[in-house]
Design a protein around this ligand. Structure first.
Ligand SMILES: [Zn+2]
Length: 392
């Protein structure tokens, strides 16, 4: 038999082995849910549930005929229904399980967690939250419950509660939650800022920096608050420091630096920032801003020279497109004019298809910056997606 087929049949073989074994096992000796043997059986069912829903359902339906009262099978079936999107059937199974008399406290916790997961999947976040909060601090499901609570609080934008749950996970697990909790503080800070509470926003950005000294979002927020208070010099200094740890975020603050330097009546501060930023980052958008700055200052020759060097050295598509845009009004012969317009159209199209942001974790692509990736829900993983076509 083809080895690939053997691999595909392996989980079925494991499950049939378990079913055969459990048929011969006396009812009273059936393993408890938290037992070692049962755990490996449960994992093999879940393995099936992940990859082969229909087959898993057939096998479980058959198992139910012989072991209708088995809690493991009911739980696996409930989990399978939820994964298939049949939330109502999953909920019915878990509700009937929780009503069973004589459940051990471990069993009760597991069913409560499953029921909360059903509610979460159905969008009944309040109900899910209430059940999860019932799981006590010393409970074996506490960590899973906290992880689900964090997802609920993020969905509801309940940032204070997300901070509390994240802090518990930081203490409970070996994971470092500081950078994520710093993002929650930034969310609160931005909320305060939008409500006009600049003092509150400042405290939040300080809290974020205490947890993650390198939190780019908190640095940007702190600078915005400085600028709002008229401390433009301080703001520009703070934004400039992003070049050390987060050169990929320099473009996010470039326009803020421009506004602050204009407010200070010193536009050259913006040019200095751009020059340093271009050295620190490979973000081509910063080069374009520098060229734009030269053009607006009436320094078209500087702008063109900067572009030519850049395009020659880096074979940059963005640079070439910008050069074509700058030279658009030059006189050309009819044939050259057609070619010129065609090349300009192609570079414009290629750039439009390739700019935006991309998640380093899951590859999600979007036109604007999301501090939390809409695809995988990770924080601070979205970076500029730069056109990297090399022409040579
Ligand atoms: Zn992602």
């Amino acid at each position: 038999m083809d080895p690939i087929w053997l691999l595909a049949l392996l989980p079925l073989a494991v499950l049939s082995g378990w079913l055969a074994a459990s048929r011969t096992r006396p009812q009273a000796q059936r393993p408890v849910i938290s037992g070692r043997i049962s755990e490996s059986y449960y994992r093999s069912i879940n393995f099936l549930a992940n990859d082969q829903h229909d087959q898993a359902l057939d096998v479980l339906a058959k198992a139910l005929e012989d072991h209708g009262e088995s809690m493991e099978i009911q739980l696996a079936l409930g989990s399978l229904f939820r994964r298939r999107g049949e939330i109502e059937r999953a909920t019915q199974i878990h509700q009937s399980l929780i009503a069973r008399p004589g459940l051990s406290s471990d069993q009760k916790s597991e069913v409560l967690f499953e029921l909360a997961s059903d509610y979460f999947k159905a969008g009944l976040l309040d109900r899910a939250e209430n059940l999860l909060l019932e799981l006590g601090a010393g409970d074996g499901f506490r960590e899973s419950a906290l992880r689900l609570l964090v997802q609920i609080y993020e969905s509801e934008k309940e940032w204070e509660r997300a901070i509390a749950a994240g802090s518990q996970l930081d203490r409970l697990t070996a994971e470092t939650w500081g950078p994520v909790i710093a993002q929650y503080y930034c969310e609160l800070g931005e909320r305060d800022l939008n409500a006009g509470d600049y003092e509150g926003a400042k405290l939040r950005s300080d809290d974020a920096l205490k947890l993650n000294r390198k939190c780019a979002r908190a640095v940007i927020l702190g600078g915005r608050l400085d600028a709002l208070a008229g401390r433009h010099c301080q703001a520009v200094e703070a934004w400039g420091r992003l070049g050390d740890d987060h050169p990929e975020r320099l473009h996010e603050v470039a326009r803020l630096v421009q506004t602050s330097s204009e407010n200070m009546g010193e536009p050259e501060i913006y040019a200095e920032f751009l020059n340093r930023a271009v050295e620190a980052s490979s973000d081509e958008r910063l080069q374009l801003l520098l060229v734009d700055y030269f053009s607006k200052q009436g320094r078209t020759e500087d702008a063109e020279a900067q572009l030519l060097t850049w395009v020659e050295e880096n074979a940059s598509l963005s640079g070439l497109h910008c050069l074509l845009e700058i030279r658009v009004d030059r006189e050309l012969g009819a044939a050259s004019e057609r070619d010129y317009q065609l090349v300009r159209k192609v570079t414009g199209k290629l750039l439009a298809d390739r700019t935006g942001y991309e998640c380093r974790f899951c590859g999600f692509q979007g036109k604007s910056l999301h501090w939390q990736c809409p695809g995988c829900r990770h924080w601070d993983t979205t970076v500029p997606r730069l056109p990297n076509i090399k022409l040579s």
